[in-house]
Each structure stands twice: as structure tokens, then as C-alpha cells.
Design a protein around this ligand. Structure first.
Ligand code: C2E
Ligand code: MG
Ligand code: MG
Ligand code: MG
Length: 287
């Protein structure tokens, strides 16, 4: 019986492995084609200031719907693109798409919406990163002042020397800078003051447990305190409940991002979202 069971298990693993490697092969060839065809859309998730309940900006999040693979999440294909040497062309397609949306909003009267773009580690590390992002922005007549770059903790803790210079240069060009997924890396908090950051985004994994685990709450509290001492504003990611918002407000967090206010939505729906937001805003003011 054991033997047979073992064999079935083996067959099962084999099939699974086979389909995994088939998917991987397909992913590689489809991703290459998708980059050429620019087969991606960008969704945007609003960020809301706790104090004034204003939308202070949106985060651009790439979406990929493929004929053969279906929906593939960025959590899967971004790391894959980094490994496969496809991240630069992919990132440049994403930046182009964001610029096109900015132009579209501009035509509809939304002028200075701050848009944050996630920058993959390998992309940021390219020597000509600054020149190339700049040339795309110039091509579409978009200003760095309207953009925020989100780099992960891991990216900037990597080789501190060159990175600090790069960040300073970007900041001087007008970009806002955020450190993303904060708390998930192995960085020392005392490093933070070396980087010219505007925002620090506390990773959603901490927020998930702030209302249930005292130690998570204590960590978030400390991060906010330290960031404020360094004149860095704090964004809480992955906020889903009213209780979380309440607690974060008590802890003096500045900005909330999460399903509680909105999921990431297509560019076109964003305009409706803004309208509804303002209507509710007026209602809030009357009350
Ligand atoms: P991230 O930059 O930390 O983005 C936050 C992720 O949390 C997004 O997942 C977002 O949809 C999700 N999220 C937002 N609010 C909530 C919430 O309340 N609850 C939960 N459970 N999740 C929430 P998404 O879009 O799947 O992206 C995953 C990661 O993939 C991003 O993490 C980012 O690292 C990467 N990524 C996404 N878009 C891009 C892109 O355009 N370029 C690059 N280089 N990376 C990207
Ligand atoms: Mg991000
Ligand atoms: Mg994040
Ligand atoms: Mg994250």
C-alpha cells in the first residue's frame, strides 16, 4: 500500500513539476511578446491623508492579462522579469503607460496628481537609470515633480555609497522618494537618516496585525516616531479596517493606503472615484 501511495505521490509531483515548468516556459515567451506589444495596463490606488482626508496621490500598479496565461500578478512576473533580464524594457513600458495616463488626466483637468511608480531593484541599479527615465518623461512632457519613486528597503540598503548620490540627484530633479515595504528588510533604523526620503511606507504585513499583536503595534509606533524625527512622512500600506485607521491615527501616521479606501482601479475609474470622494468630503464637512 505504502509503495503504491508513494508512486502516486511521485506521479502527482511529476505532473505538477511538469506543468510548473511548462508555465514557466510559457511565461518567458509570453512576457517577451507582451513587452513588445505593451500588453499591460496600469491600475492606480489612492493614498489618503489621515488628518484632512484628502487624496494626496496614487500608486501605479501594473496589471497583465494574457491570452494564454490569464491574469498574472506582478508579484509573479516582476521578479521573473528581473531574473530573465527583461526588467528594463518592462519598466520602461510601465513608465510610458503612466505618462500616457498623466496626459489623459491633464486633458480632463486633473493637473497635479502625484503618481508613485515602483522601481525594481535591478532597474534602479542601472548606471543610466536617471538619464533614461528622464528621457521618457521629456518625450511625454511629464515633469518629475508629479512623480514619486518607490524603492524598496532592500534596494537602497544594498550598496549605500553610490545609492545615496543617486537619490540626492533624483530628489534635486524634483522626484519625491519613498522607501517601500519598510520593515521587511534587514536594515538598521539608524541608516534611515542617510537617505533623502519624503515618505516611508510601512509594509502591509505589520499593519495586518497591529490591532491584534501588541509587539507589531509597538514596532509601528517606533517607526512612525523615528520617521517623524527625520522629517519623513509615513504611509501605512494594506489598511483594510476602520480599527486599523483609528489606531494609526492615534499613532500619528500621516497617510493611509489600502482596500479600506479603495482597491487599485483602472485610470478611467479613478476620475469617478475622485468625484465621489469630493461629494463625500463635502458631506463630511457639513457634519
Ligand atoms: P507594493 O509596491 O508594496 O504594492 C502594494 C501591494 O499591496 C499591491 O499588490 C496592492 O494591490 C496590494 N494592496 C493594496 N492595498 C491592500 C490591502 O488593503 N490589502 C491587501 N491584502 N493588499 C493590498 P500588487 O499590485 O499585486 O503588487 C505587488 C507588488 O508587485 C508591489 O508591492 C510591487 O513590489 C510590485 N509591483 C506592482 N506593480 C509594479 C510596477 O509597476 N513596477 C514594479 N517594478 N513593481 C511593481
Ligand atoms: Mg509600492
Ligand atoms: Mg509596499
Ligand atoms: Mg508590499
Amino acid at each position: 500500500f505504502a509503495k503504491q501511495n508513494g508512486r502516486n505521490q511521485y506521479a502527482f509531483y511529476f505532473e505538477e513539476l511538469e506543468s510548473d515548468s511548462k508555465r514557466l516556459l510559457l511565461l518567458e515567451s509570453e512576457l517577451r511578446k507582451a513587452i513588445q506589444k505593451k500588453e499591460f495596463t496600469i491600475y492606480y490606488q489612492p493614498k489618503v491623508s489621515i488628518e484632512k482626508q484628502e487624496i494626496i496621490g496614487v500608486e501605479a500598479l501594473v496589471r497583465w492579462q494574457n491570452e494564454k496565461l490569464g491574469f498574472v500578478s506582478p508579484g509573479e512576473f516582476i521578479p521573473y522579469a528581473e531574473d530573465a533580464g527583461l526588467i528594463i524594457p518592462l519598466s520602461e513600458v510601465i513608465i510610458e503607460k503612466v505618462c500616457l495616463d498623466i496626459i489623459d488626466w491633464r486633458n480632463k483637468g486633473i493637473l497635479n496628481l502625484l503618481v508613485s511608480i515602483n522601481i525594481a531593484s535591478l532597474h534602479f541599479q542601472q548606471d543610466d537609470f536617471i538619464e533614461r527615465i528622464n528621457s521618457i518623461l521629456m518625450q511625454y512632457n511629464c515633469s518629475p515633480r508629479q512623480l514619486e519613486l518607490e524603492v524598496t528597503e532592500r534596494t537602497i540598503m544594498n550598496d549605500t555609497e553610490g545609492i545615496v548620490e543617486k537619490l540626492i540627484k533624483l530628489k534635486n530633479m524634483g522626484f519625491k522618494l519613498s522607501i517601500d515595504d519598510f520593515g521587511t528588510g534587514y536594515s538598521s533604523l539608524s541608516y534611515l537618516n542617510r537617505f533623502p526620503l519624503n515618505y516611508l511606507k510601512i509594509d502591509g504585513s505589520f499593519i495586518k496585525q497591529i490591532t491584534s499583536l501588541k509587539d507589531k503595534q509597538a514596532i509601528v509606533d517606533c517607526i512612525i516616531l523615528l520617521a517623524h524625527r527625520l522629517h519623513i512622512k509615513v504611509v501605512a500600506e494594506g489598511v483594510e479596517t476602520k480599527e486599523q485607521v483609528k489606531l494609526l491615527k492615534e499613532m500619528d501616521c500621516d497617510i493611509i493606503q489600502g482596500y479600506y479606501y479603495s482597491r487599485p482601479i483602472p485610470s478611467k475609474e479613478l476620475l469617478d472615484f475622485f468625484e465621489l470622494w469630493e461629494i463625500h468630503q463635502k458631506e463630511r464637512n457639513v457634519l
